[in-house]
Design a protein around this ligand. Structure first.
Ligand code: GSH
Length: 193
């Protein structure tokens, strides 16, 4: 989002494997000890939670979210869908399908099934639409990074052709390519076969 809106920014990597997220200075801006969080140096406002950060930056810059009307609420709807479903469920799939596949058959099945269901919902939503709501928006910006881990989730994007088209299209955006290298370059963006 910061690359897309073109604001200058400085990153402060938080290594969650080394418990940086519990440092008192970080907890002041992110009391739930989760990344990401931002501080707006223009105003002093700090914001935690991805959805709130995206809304804050859209509001500050007037980009990637309409101001009112039905499309405003649809954007909120799909942002909340990501925050409550696509993000957390796919996050659990990473734990139980990718990192600890043997630990619990129940958990692997549950999150694997839920992940496929959510991809199905997104595929249906993208039928006949270029983006999740209207033009490219914070709804897409919130969801796309989770889809970029389709391999970790045992998802073949060919089974979800509308998601595949949407995913490949967004993957070519210069801001997305640049943003995927922040805070460090972890290699090329995964592309479906
Ligand atoms: N609802 C939060 C979730 C963020 C989240 O789960 N962050 C994880 C990394 S992906 C984290 O900071 N974990 C550290 C911890 O739980 O201590 C958001 O969307 O911003």
């Amino acid at each position: 989002m910061l690359e897309e809106v073109g604001l200058e920014y400085e990153t402060h990597p938080i290594n969650i494997m080394e418990d940086d997220q519990f440092a008192p200075d970080f907890l002041k801006i992110s009391p739930n000890n989760k990344i990401p969080a931002i501080v707006d140096r223009d105003t002093g406002q700090s914001v935690m939670e991805t959805g709130a950060i995206l809304m804050y930056l859209a509001d500050k810059t007037g980009k990637f979210m309409v101001k009112d009307g039905p499309e405003y609420w649809e954007t909120i709807e799909w942002l909340m869908w990501q925050m409550g479903g696509f993000g957390p469920m796919l996050g659990q799939a990473h734990h139980f399908l990718r990192f600890n596949p043997e630990v619990s058959e129940y958990a692997s099945n549950r999150y694997g099934t839920e992940t496929r269901r959510l991809y199905g919902v997104l595929d249906k939503r993208l039928e006949g639409r270029d983006y999740i709501v209207g033009d490219y928006s914070i709804a897409d910006i919130a969801a796309w990074p989770w889809a970029s881990r389709f391999e970790w989730q045992n998802i073949d994007l060919n089974e979800f052709p509308n998601v595949k088209r949407w995913y490949v299209d967004i993957a070519s955006r210069p801001a997305v390519i640049a943003g995927c290298k922040v805070p460090k370059d972890v290699g090329p963006i995964p592309m479906p076969a």
